[in-house]
Design a protein. Structure first.
Length: 180
């Protein structure tokens, strides 16, 4: 399977405005707000917001971007072994937490249609480098986009194409974990 430089591939995709963003965590998501401004309003992303704050990534994700964020829900964090989230939020785990969180971020604005196009171009799977240095294998089945992390775990996109002023959010059901 061929690896394409993601930034170059996504540069070909024009980011059009979406009239109606999906609701996330019971809150409307506004295309005029950045990733952090929208995430803080989602009742399903309180752990992610706390983690982004603990890792010192708020300013980065409020930046110009573009970013594609695969945003794990609170339920995704709950799937980790008991005590893991609390340990990751401790100051001494900041480097590990930053690595995990940046493995959820791609330096491009990638809507699901563009992602599926790259998967098709690559014969059924597309390799995606993240800002954290992780490589994700992305596939799809019908409307469902799936990611495979470096540990071979499948992560499903549950809500796609939540447009932001500095990119896009795709809600996911599991954390993306680096090989470590």
């Amino acid at each position: 399977m061929k690896k394409i430089a993601l930034a170059a591939a996504f540069a070909l995709v024009a980011g059009g405005a979406q009239a109606d963003n999906p609701m996330v965590g019971g809150a409307p998501m506004f295309a005029s707000k950045n990733i952090v401004e929208n995430a803080v309003n989602s009742a399903d992303h309180t752990t992610l917001v706390a983690a982004v704050q603990a890792a010192g990534l708020v300013e980065t994700l409020q930046g110009e971007g573009p970013f594609t964020v695969f945003a794990p829900t609170d339920a995704a964090f709950d799937r980790l072994k008991a005590g893991t989230v609390e340990a990751l939020l401790e100051p001494e785990a900041k480097d590990q937490l930053t690595k995990i969180l940046t493995c959820h971020v791609v330096g491009a604005d990638a809507m699901s249609g563009a992602i599926k196009g790259m998967i098709d171009d690559d014969g059924g799977a597309h390799m995606v480098p993240t800002l954290g240095g992780c490589m994700l294998e992305v596939t799809y089945d019908g409307d469902r986009i799936m990611l495979e992390d470096e540990r071979g775990r499948t992560i499903n996109v549950t809500i796609a194409d939540v447009e932001q002023s500095n990119g896009v959010i795709h809600v996911v059901d599991r954390l993306i974990l680096p090989a470590m």
